[in-house]
Design a binder for this molecule. Structure first.
Ligand code: ADE
Length: 239
């Protein structure tokens, strides 16, 4: 998969995408992340990339021409058709289901806004989808783009070391993850639920499912209302 990120801070995207699981996915050739700076496509002497909005008011918008030229260059860098995503607080809220869908695309182009955002006509013309990472305002789309690159990158086939670790993630079944415990020199097995030490795999699976359900019930009842639960789940919740 290829992801091109159009941003005034391409180094941030390159550096964050070089770390951890996503960095390893790039090393393994499963993912390629490229940064593109609209400033390099500005035509005036000052390399301006912002402009005042019609109607006045505070704040500036990103200038459409350098952004358009930069996006065109990013599109042309690879023959595969790209889905163009604009990160903004006005977008549809990103979910794990959306991440899965995007992870199956051959190519994404992410547009990061700065200032007050982009000209609406540019969005109408060029953008396939507008996505938000949450109901709060960041000073630019870069952190949101880095979130999306990470979430999509780690789902590329072969990116994670244990093949099943992605399917057991929080949200994959619409529920929060169960708690985890690790061996430690200092604490040994102290405070570890005894079932996890029992070696009884069926009992452990049942306990984990019940913890997932219980945590989701306590912390995110909105998720529980939408999750598809079977009879066994309902029985575990009722216990
Ligand atoms: N840009 C600024 N705030 C954002 C948010 N919450 N999600 C995505 N992009 C953004």
């Amino acid at each position: 998969m290829r992801i091109d990120v159009v941003t005034l801070f391409p180094d941030f995207i390159r550096e964050s995408a070089a770390l951890g699981v996503v960095g390893r996915a790039q090393e393994r050739g499963l993912l390629a992340v490229h940064g593109w700076n609209p400033r390099g496509y500005a035509t005036d002497n000052y390399r301006r990339v912002d402009q005042r909005p019609f109607g006045g008011g505070p704040g500036m918008l990103m200038l459409a021409e350098p952004l358009g030229a930069c996006l065109a260059a990013a599109r042309a860098a690879d023959p595969a058709p790209a889905r163009v995503i604009y990160l903004s607080p006005q977008g549809e809220r990103l979910t794990q289901a959306k991440v899965r869908q995007l992870a199956a695309e051959p190519r994404l182009i992410l547009l990061c806004g700065r200032y007050e955002g982009l000209d609406e006509r540019f969005i109408d013309r060029e953008v396939d989808e507008e996505l938000s990472i949450g109901d709060y305002v960041l000073s630019g789309g870069e952190l949101a783009a880095a979130v999306l690159v990470d979430a999509v990158g780690r789902l590329q086939e072969g990116a994670l070391n244990h093949a099943d670790s992605a399917t057991q993630d929080s949200f994959e079944d619409g529920l929060l993850d169960c708690p985890h415990y690790t061996r430690s020199e200092a604490t040994g097995t102290e405070g570890v639920p005894p079932v996890l030490l029992s070696g009884d795999h069926a009992a452990i699976a049942r306990w984990r499912r019940q913890q997932s359900l219980g945590r989701t019930w306590l912390r995110r009842p909105d998720l529980l209302a939408r999750a598809r639960l079977d009879k066994a789940d309902r029985a575990l919740l009722a216990e």
